[in-house]
Design a protein around this ligand. Structure first.
Ligand SMILES: Nc1ncnc2c1ncn2[C@@H]1O[C@H](COP(=O)(O)OP(=O)(O)O)[C@@H](O)[C@H]1O
Ligand SMILES: [Mg+2]
Length: 629
């Protein structure tokens, strides 16, 4: 037997290296076309530590699963021994009942192992789902805290992936990977131990193949990681493209851009397809190679075993019986599979880590607009607003507001006018602290808004914007937005107040009428009235209207004008409107130009000044006259 061993090993080495070089060659070609700049930045240890934090509350489940697992691997370790034993006794005369009892033991172990596997899977799935939902929740809550600027910088599709796909990959870690990793490692160690006690010469032969499996695994991991990353990147690409274009589908149709968009989509789809082929290819090489190793080792085993058995050679004091050959056959077939899966599991571990890293990167984004430590809660506000020399830029040094100062007394109505891009919307969103200003101060009731808790600040504002966002649901839920303890009568009262009652009453189901996604089964005017109702019901002290009346038919405008008049009594009102007729009655009109206040005063005062406002007004007025004549 010693004379053949070296030849076989050398043969194995040469064959193996040839294959490794083949893969390396293929990989080098791929490498030229692919950039590796999206490598992970977080260390594995950091990721593991943070993941453990999530698993910590469930440690008992994991310990329980570990013990159950010990039983479930008993089958792998004991069954070859039983098979060998059966082979041994059926060679000679044997008692049928004895054979039956061994078969019964075999079946018993099999059943116990199956039951254990079932419970193990059940416990893990449940625990994994709990951890998953926790991570998803944390991610979602964190995204909610991000500032407008941060949200503007991440495509929606990417965010969707962060809340759905990536946590999925992580949960796979807990439900599957960790346990199979542990189980396979234990099986491998157990089998080596069992083989050593049965026959160490044959064991050494089997172990000679292990370095190759490990080598393959290391090489394979590199490639598979890249292949997986390509798949995940192209998937995110498609998701981003889809969510953007599904939202903009109507624009696409109106502008006849279907073919263009389709082509772009096709490119992305092809990329994903290629990435998936690539992954298949990588796996297609690895599996057969390990299978080849397995077959060679079985062949060696049979060759050496049979030779040893027939010639009755004793090696290091051990002889080989037919029982030993059967037992080894059983072990070898159970030995390579775990090693191979170990390698694949390592790769999935990497995928989970990659998913975890992406999720943690989102969780690590420090919300830019946050409460200061000594921020206070404001129960009620009077609605006094003051800007003191406010400077603001979205991008460094591109000032959008340049030293804006104005004062609004409680319950006053103030209008902002000025050409597009002059900074009106910006002023309004600064009051709600959607962004933090760079210089100056914004005061509400004389208190710097940075000293007020953001949630408490925003509670006192009611914003009515040009594009009303309605959520899928019904009219009631869109007006209430999760507020509780408000009766239908109160809702209808508010609807009457803002003149939304007439159209709601005409609906078949009234407040229960279904609102489709984004409210596209309602007209712009109706949506606007609903947004008024939504705002009023939350009893804001400051109402903000940003071009809320811009594209609305005359009939609805009269309704809206009327409700605006009534709303003036509720609290402070800040209005941006293009039609100057809408704002004539404002207590103060602020005219902006390129981020600076150029004129302010009431309608009459500004007309007397004969400045920019006067020009704007006469322009619109004559246009109106022309239209009417
Ligand atoms: N999120 C943003 N990021 C970068 N620049 C912005 C953003 N929003 C607005 N701007 C810029 O700020 C300026 C003022 O915009 P805005 O306040 O919306 O004007 P208005 O409402 O008066 O039409 C514009 O030049 C616009 O390009
Ligand atoms: Mg605007």
């Amino acid at each position: 037997m010693r004379e053949y061993l070296p030849i076989l090993i050398v043969g194995g080495i040469i064959g193996t290296f040839a294959l490794i070089f083949l893969i390396a060659y293929i990989a080098l070609i791929k490498r030229g076309t692919e950039e590796d700049d999206r490598e992970r930045k977080m260390a594995d240890s950091v990721i593991i530590r943070r993941l453990l934090q999530y698993a910590k509350p469930y440690w008992k489940s994991f310990v329980g699963v570990f013990f159950i697992m010990l039983f479930s691997i008993a089958y792998d370790l004991i069954s070859p021994l039983l098979m060998g034993h059966i082979q041994e006794i059926i060679k000679e005369d044997f008692a049928y009942s004895y054979l039956l009892s061994i078969v019964a033991v075999y079946a018993g172990i099999l059943i116990v192992s199956l039951i254990c596997t079932y419970f193990q899977a059940m416990i893990l799935q449940k625990t994994g789902q709990k951890i998953l939902s926790q991570i998803r929740l944390d991610t979602f809550t964190h995204i909610e805290k991000l500032s407008h600027e941060q949200l503007n910088n991440i495509p929606v599709g990417k965010l969707v992936t962060r809340v759905t796909n990536d946590p999925n990959n992580i949960s796979y870690l807990f439900t599957n990977i960790l346990v199979t990793l542990a189980k396979n490692a234990l099986v491998v160690v157990g089998i080596v131990g069992a083989m050593l006690t049965v026959n160490y010469a044959l064991t050494l032969m089997v172990l000679c193949f292990v370095p190759f499996v490990v080598l393959f695994t290391v090489v394979f991991r590199r490639f598979s990681r890249r292949a997986h990353r390509r798949v995940s990147n192209t998937t995110t690409d498609i998701n981003t493209y889809l969510s953007e274009n599904l939202s903009g589908m109507k624009v696409t149709q109106v502008f006849n851009q279907e073919d263009n968009k389709m082509e772009n989509f096709l490119v992305r789809s092809k990329n994903l397809q290629k990435a998936k082929y690539n992954r298949l290819f990588v796996f297609g090489i690895f599996r057969p190679m390990v299978y080849m190793l397995y077959i060679s080792s079985v062949m060696c085993l049979f060759y050496l075993g049979a030779k040893g058995y027939l010639e009755n050679i004793s090696f290091m004091g051990q002889t080989i019986s037919s029982e030993v050959v059967v037992i080894f056959y059983g072990y070898v077939s159970r030995f390579f599979n775990p090693i191979q899966t170990l390698a694949e599991q390592f790769d999935m571990l990497q995928r989970s880590f990659a998913g975890a890293e992406k999720v943690f990167t989102i969780l690590d984004m420090v919300p830019q607009v946050v409460d200061e430590e000594d921020a206070i809660e404001l129960e009620t506000i009077r609605g006094e607003i003051e800007f003191k020399d406010v400077w603001f830029a979205y991008k460094p040094d591109e000032w959008v507001l340049k030293g804006v100062s104005f004062h609004v007394s409680p319950k006053q109505t103030v209008a902002f006018v000025g050409s597009t891009g002059s900074g009106k919307t910006t002023i309004l969103s600064l009051i709600c602290r959607n962004y933090d200003i760079q210089k100056g101060q914004i005061l509400i009731d004389g208190i710097d808004i940075k000293k007020i808790k953001i949630a408490s600040l925003r509670r006192h504002f009611g914003q009515m914007l040009q594009d009303v966002f309605l959520f899928a649901g019904d009219i009631r839920s869109n007006i209430l937005l999760h507020s509780e303890g408000i009766s239908d009568e109160q809702v209808m009262e508010v609807c009457r107040y803002v003149n939304a009652d007439s159209f709601i009453n005409k609906l078949e189901n009234g407040l229960d009428e279904v609102v489709r996604e984004r409210g596209n089964n309602f007209s712009a005017g109706q949506r606007q009235l609903l947004s008024f109702a939504r705002t009023i019901i939350h009893k804001p002290s400051v109402m903000i209207l940003d071009e809320a009346t811009a594209n609305i038919d005359t009939e609805t405008e009269i309704l809206i004008q009327d409700s605006l008049e009534k709303m003036k009594n509720i609290g402070t009102m800040l209005i941006v409107a293009h039609r100057l007729s809408t704002i004539q009655h404002a207590d103060n009109i602020i005219l902006l130009s390129k981020g600076e206040i150029v004129e302010q005063g009431n309608h009459q005062e500004l007309l007397k000044q004969k400045g920019k406002y006067y020009h704007l007004y006469t322009l619109q007025y004559t246009k109106q006259q022309l239209q009417n004549s």
